[in-house]
Ligand binder design. Structure first.
Ligand code: HEM
Length: 181
C-alpha cells in the first residue's frame, strides 16, 4: 500500500490522539518500516491493520469506527492533493462512478505497485446507488469513510448501508447509498 495512505494515518493519529499515543502504538506494533513512511514508498498493508488494532486498544474505539474516521480524513486530503479528480464532477454519486474507471486507474498507472480494490456501481433509482466493493484486503470500513467523506465534500447527506457478502476471506461488500433531502 502506498505511503501516502500511511503518512495521512500517522498525521491524523497525531492530530486527534497526540504524539504520545502515536509513539506508543508505533512502538508496540513492531513494524518492518518502524513507522517511518514516505508518500511515494510502498509498505505492507498489514502494517495499517496492526496500527489500527493498537490504536483501538489504546483509545477504546473499535477499529471499524477508526477506519471510517480515517476514510473521511483521507477523502479530504485526496481532494487537496489530487484536485483534478474533483474538478469535473458535481456530486457524490458522479465522483463514486469515476473511482474504478478513472481515479484508481490513473493511480495504478502512476504507481504500478499500488493494489486497488474494484467498485462496480449500479443506479437503483435517481436517489439510490449500489456500490460493490471487492478487494483481497479488508478495507471495507475505510471505503465507508471514503464514501461518507465524498458526501460531505459535496455537502450532501447520504444514508449508507453496508451488506457484507464475503465468504472466502476476501472482501465483498455491497453498499447501498440513498440521497436524503
Ligand atoms: C478521489 C480521489 C481518490 C484517490 C486519489 C484515491 C487513491 C487511492 C490510493 C493511492 C490508494 C492506495 C492503494 C495502494 O497503494 O495499494 C487507494 C486505496 C483505496 N481506495 Fe482510493 N482513492 C480515491 C478515492 C476513493 C474513494 C471515493 C473510495 C471509496 C469509494 C476509495 C476506496 C479505496 C479503498 C477502499 C482503498 C484501500 C485498498 C483496498 O481496499 O484494497 N478511494 N486509493
Amino acid at each position: 500500500m502506498k505511503g501516502i495512505v500511511f503518512s495521512e494515518f500517522i498525521e491524523l493519529v497525531e492530530e486527534k490522539f497526540g504524539l504520545e499515543i502515536l509513539d506508543t502504538i508505533i512502538e508496540e506494533s513492531d513494524l518492518p518500516s518502524q513507522g517511518a513512511y514516505t508518500q511515494i514508498g510502498t509498505y505492507d498493508h498489514k502494517e495499517l491493520l496492526v496500527l489500527l488494532d493498537k490504536l483501538s486498544a489504546h483509545s477504546g474505539i473499535d477499529t471499524a469506527e477508526l477506519s471510517r474516521t480515517f476514510g473521511e480524513h483521507l477523502l479530504k486530503r485526496f481532494a487537496e492533493l489530487y484536485p483534478q479528480f474533483f474538478a469535473d464532477v458535481g456530486n457524490c454519486f458522479d465522483l463514486l462512478k469515476t473511482i474504478d474507471t478513472k481515479v484508481h486507474q490513473e493511480v495504478q498507472q502512476l504507481y504500478p505497485e499500488a493494489e486497488l480494490p474494484s467498485f462496480d456501481n449500479m443506479m437503483v433509482d435517481d436517489d439510490t446507488m449500489q456500490l460493490i466493493y471487492q478487494s483481497s484486503r479488508p478495507f471495507s470500513a475505510l471505503a465507508y469513510g471514503l464514501i461518507s467523506g465524498s458526501a460531505s465534500y459535496f455537502g450532501e447527506t447520504i444514508n449508507i448501508q453496508m451488506n457484507d457478502q464475503s465468504d472466502d476471506g476476501n472482501s465483498f461488500v455491497v453498499f447501498t447509498l440513498k440521497k436524503r433531502g
